[in-house]
Ligand binder design. Sequence first.
Ligand code: 5GP
Ligand code: ZN
Length: 140
Amino acid sequence: MKEDCIFCKIAAGEIPSKTIYEDEEFRVILDISPAVKGHALIIPKDHYANLFELPEALAVKVMILARKLAAHMKEVLQCDGFNLVQNNGKAAGQTVFHFHMHLIPRFENDGNQDRLCWNQLEVSPEEMEEICSKLKLKEE
Ligand code: 5GP
Ligand code: ZN
């Protein structure tokens, strides 16, 4: 547990939260400022600042849990779509530096842009080729 980390305190139950799921490794809470009613956060109980710190085994469990909760929320809320969002670093919009995955149920005309927003750049074929070869990762 990290001193002065709000999600460590919430995950440990020291600060109350609207919890929709809890097990040994995770607490899933409702976001205090939701994009949509039902917006929830998967929070590991151990402190990892971001995806880069998250151990691989826990990353696998996060995705399995996200899938399970998305299916549950879709059934209960009858939502039309679903976003998984996970921000890493201030430049990417992260504001709480304890890893978390956003679970966002989506409805037609829910007041957000259909596509959670980012700019869509026009990139030349040469630049595409350059970035593609730069990013090529060999299978392990
Ligand atoms: P980030 O921007 O780091 O990806 O997301 C942080 C999220 O945590 C935000 O959506 C914000 O509303 C939520 N949040 C911040 N503080 C609290 C809190 O004390 N309780 C709850 N339930 N959510 C919080
Ligand atoms: Zn923490």
